[in-house]
Write a protein that binds this ligand. Sequence first.
Ligand code: NAP
Length: 289
Amino acid sequence: MTITSAATLIDGNALSRQLRSEVASRTAVLKQKGITPGLAVVLVGENPASQVYVRNKVKACQESGLHSVLEQHPASMTESALLALVDTLNNDPSIHGILVQLPLPAHIDAQKVIESISPTKDVDGFHVNSAGALMVGQPGFWPCTPYGCMKMLESIGFELKGKHAVVIGRSNIVGKPMALMLLQKNATVTICHSGTKDLKAMTLQADVIVAAVGKVNVLTADMVKPGAVVIDVGMNRNAEGKLCGDVDFAGVSQVASHITPVPGGVGPMTITMLLVNTLEAAERVAVGA
Ligand code: NAP
C-alpha cells in the first residue's frame, strides 16, 4: 500500500546532522583553548535497550569530537558504589556531563543518584535544580527529549505565541518539562494524562500536539485539527514488532501540516541535545561561569 502524506515531515535525522555539525565546530574552538567537552555515560545492569542507547550516545560523542567515557557495571552494583562513582565523576575535570542511564536496578534509588550528580554536570536535565531552573525560567540544562522537540518546532519556524499546545503525558523526563518549555514560549498549554476524561476533545483544540505516552495509536486522525503540528515522542513496537510512535502516522499525516516520523524523528534529536548540553557545560567551564 502506498501512503500519500499531506503533512510535511520534520526530519529529525537531517536536523540532527545540522546541529551536530555546529556542535563539532564549537567543540573544535574549545579544543583550541585546551578544553575537550567530556561526557560520562553510566550503565548499571544488562538491559538490552539501555545498552543500545548508551552505545549510540558514546558513538555520537566520538563523531562530534567530544570525549566520552562509558562506565559499565553489573546489576549487582550497590547504591553506595554508584554514588561513589558519581562523586568521582563530579570531581573529574575532564568530564563536563554525567548521564546515568535509566532505569536503574530496583535496589538503587534512582532519584537519590540523580540528585548526587553535580547540577553543573547534569546534562540530562533530571536534577531538581535543573527542573527548578526550567520552572522559574532561569538558565539550566533542559531535558534532552523535550528540548529536541522545541528545536524541531523552531526548525519549521512555528510561532508558539498564542497557540494552543496539548501535551499528552506528564512524566518528569518528557511531558512536564515539555509543557513548561511550550509555556515559556507563550503557548497556552494543556497537559493530558491517563486520567484525562475526553482526550479527543482536548487534542481537537490543539495547534500543536506532543504525544509522549508509550502506547501505539494514542493519537488518530479524527483527534487532530486540520493543519496542526504533531510531534511524536513515543517509542513502541507494533504488532509486527516494528518500531513505531504513539501516533497513527498514516492517518494523522493526512490531516496535520507537519509531523515527525518514528523512527527518524525525536529519537535522534534526543541524542543531539545531549551533545549540545555537554558542549554547553564545557563552554560554561571555559568562561568560568
Ligand atoms: P511514562 O513515564 O510512562 O509516562 C507516560 C505518560 O502517558 C503518563 O503521564 C501517563 O499518564 C500518560 N498516559 C498513559 N496512558 C494514557 C492515555 N491513554 N491517554 C493519555 N495519557 C496517557 O513515559 P515517558 O518516559 O514520558 O515516555 C513516553 C514515551 O516516549 C515512551 O514511548 C518512551 O519510550 C518514549 N520516549 C522517547 C524518547 C526519544 O528519545 N524518542 C525519549 C524518552 C521517552 P499518568 O501520569 O496518569 O500515568
